[in-house]
Design a protein. Structure first.
Lengths: 164, 355, 100
């Protein structure tokens, strides 16, 4: 059951990411990214992170990506055209990414003996446990992030307003 | 789990089919209810020809929508144009999965009155609502029509803005229950005295401010009057579904009403004691079967009240102007919701012993 | 029973695709989206390691990454809108001057 779910949603993740890479229209890329994020939420559930799974859907798929699609619709972004710079990127991009993948996969496989296997339900972090750590031990960083958000709001408003 | 996987799957499948069928029937009759009530508010009869009191009108509407020609405009972005109504309806129907609509009665280890009892039920509801906006956004964009695009832009901006107030208004309730599981939230509110309704979050929890914030944010979230700017017919023809016809239009229509029902269910569960009887043991049943049936009865009555309120508001209030809508959401609802969290926190902190 | 290393390899695949998309895509919005993809891949690693060591801190990290990603998306999209107003293009090759 766990294996089947992992394979289905892992395959969805990879397919969505590849589609993001291959589609030439930004709105299709945005949709495939939403698929990746929602499948990741399921994987988080399998890994026992229930609050993060919900937060992934609400924050990433429901807020950040809505902003992206909103901006794509607002600016009426069309298909991207190929330019001189993109040839260079093709030459460097694909081999670079392949080397990175090979390196990471090599490290993970060579250490695979150190990792144990996931049993669903064996270790589940409840929302209460997560908030206990967040609001007791890490209160200061939490408050700092709220200031970060505030500054980001101010910055976004200042940047996006029309100049008079 | 004492039951086998097979029985579990079969019983759950039957449960899902039954719930979806009932939900779709409820959607159809909510449309009739709306037409009847708005008719009465406007001093006319509403549908009265098909069947006794017009009761068969939903069937006639359904048949009409099925038989209409399914137009595919030439300039649309075809895959997304087809996908958009499916996303809208899919999200609207999925959210019913975590809603408990009766007391926790087990049969062979399967909860009979809830499809799945998850510990983050409330968050899942919020997540599904926030994904539902893609249906509207994509329909507007893929229709390749300026009215649709404007409607979709309005809808996405409105939904993102009001989602904040919606989420913040529910925090007080969650703080009081100490759980995100919907059954736990209801159990906090049940009492056995004759005035059990005083235990509801609306009264005892002093969450009536949160309730009104929730109600207004939810009306905006479901694009209903007085926040129905995405489909304002005097400005945008029909907004995001201008280019849609036949069943695709019907899917948007059904999604809107299913969302209304979900909002009614959530308001009932979070603020009005869910399926518990408002008068303690009065009409709460004595035997097993009567308890089960009466729990569902109270739940339906409360949800019906919210649907009635929806339609009443629609028949009464004029539409907002767009800048007023944004100002109302950001400058009024969000601060009030945050103040409600602070006050609830202080009240709980002072009332409970510190340990 | 899935080994943790499978999750890590999945996250490596996603991260590499994100890197490739970041280098290859020419639309500034898509470039920005590939950054989000990379962040998501790293988040998966954090959650996997939280499961491996049975520690909550990995999940807390993901929480903070999400907050930062939200802030980043708000500011980044505002910058994109400002750039589009000034240049009326979204192609990164044509936005290579540091002045208007």
């Amino acid at each position: 059951m766990h294996l089947a779910l992992f394979l289905i949603f892992g395959a969805l993740c990879v397919a969505g990411a590849l589609n993001l890479l291959l589609q030439r229209h930004p709105i299709n890329s945005a949709l495939s990214l939403i698929v990746v994020m929602s499948s990741l939420a399921v994987l988080y559930l399998l890994l026992g992170a229930e609050f993060l799974a919900a937060a992934q859907v609400i924050v990433y798929a429901g807020a950040i990506m809505v902003l992206f699609t909103f901006v794509i619709m607002l600016l009426n972004a069309g298909r991207e055209e190929r330019t001189r710079g993109s040839k260079m990127a093709y030459v460097i991009g694909f081999p670079g990414a392949a080397v990175l993948l090979a390196l990471l996969a090599y490290v993970f496989i060579s250490h695979s003996g150190d990792f144990h296997r996931v049993h669903v339900g064996e270790y589940v972090v409840s929302t209460a446990a997560l908030s206990g750590v967040l609001f007791r031990d890490l209160l200061l960083p939490f408050e700092v992030t709220s200031i970060l958000i505030l500054i980001a709001i101010l910055g976004a408003v200042a940047l996006a307003r029309k100049e008079h | 789990m004492e039951t086998g996987l097979f029985t579990f799957l079969i019983v759950n499948l039957i449960k899902i089919v039954v719930v979806v069928v009932i939900l779709l029937m409820a959607v159809a009759y909510t449309v009739l209810l709306e037409r009847k009530l708005v008719g009465r508010i406007q001093n006319r009869w509403g549908p009265s020809r098909v069947g006794p009191f017009g009761l068969l009108q939903p069937l006639a509407d359904g048949a009409k929508l099925f038989l209409k020609e399914d137009l595919m405009p030439l300039a649309v972005e075809r895959p997304l144009y087809v996908l958009a109504p499916m996303i809208a309806l899919g999200c609207a129907l999925t959210s019913i999965a975590v809603i408990p609509f009766g007391a926790n009665i087990q049969w062979h280890g399967v909860d009979l009155f809830q499809i799945s009892d998850v510990s983050i039920g409330l968050l899942i509801l919020l997540g599904i609502t926030s994904v539902g906006v893609y249906g509207i956004a994509l329909s507007g964009w893929s229709s390749n029509n300026k009215y649709s695009l404007l409607g979709a832009l309005r809808a996405s901006a409105q939904v993102i803005s009001y989602e904040l107030a919606l989420g913040l208004s529910l925090v007080g309730v969650v703080m009081r229950a100490g759980s995100l599981r919907l059954r736990d939230i209801v159990n906090v509110q049940t009492g056995h005295s004759a005035v059990a309704f005083l235990h509801w979050n609306f009264f005892e929890g002093f969450q009536f401010v949160a309730f009104f914030v929730y109600l207004m944010a939810a009306y905006a979230e479901t694009n209903r009057a007085p926040f129905d700017l995405p489909e304002a017919e005097s400005e945008l023809t029909a907004g995001y579904h201008t280019e849609y016809s036949s069943m695709k239009f019907a899917m948007f229509f059904m999604a809107e009403y299913a969302n209304m029902i979900t909002v009614g269910c959530v308001a009932t569960l979070l603020f009005f004691g869910g399926w518990s009887s408002p008068f303690g043991h009065f009409l709460s049943g004595s035997g097993r079967i009567s308890t089960a049936i009466l729990a569902v009865f109270w739940f339906v009555v409360k949800v019906f009240f919210f649907l009635f309120l929806y339609i009443w508001v629609r028949g009464t209030l004029p539409r907002f102007r767009y800048d007023q809508l944004m100002g109302f959401g950001w400058k009024f609802l969000v601060p009030v919701a945050i103040a409600n969290i602070v006050v609830t926190g202080l009240w709980m902190g002072l009332r409970l012993p510190v340990h | 029973m899935v080994p943790i290393s499978w999750y890590l390899i999945l996250s490596a695949i996603l991260f590499s695709i994100g890197v490739a998309a970041f280098l290859i895509k020419r639309n500034i919005i898509t470039v920005f989206m590939s950054i989000e993809l990379m962040l998501n891949a790293v988040n998966l690693t954090f959650v996997a390691f939280a499961q491996q060591w049975h520690m909550v801190s990995g999940q807390i990290f993901v929480f903070f990454v999400m907050v930062v990603a939200a802030a980043e998306a708000a500011v980044g999209l505002a910058i994109i809108i400002a750039v589009f107003r000034a240049r009326s293009t979204l192609n990164v090759d044509q936005i290579d001057l540091m002045k208007l």
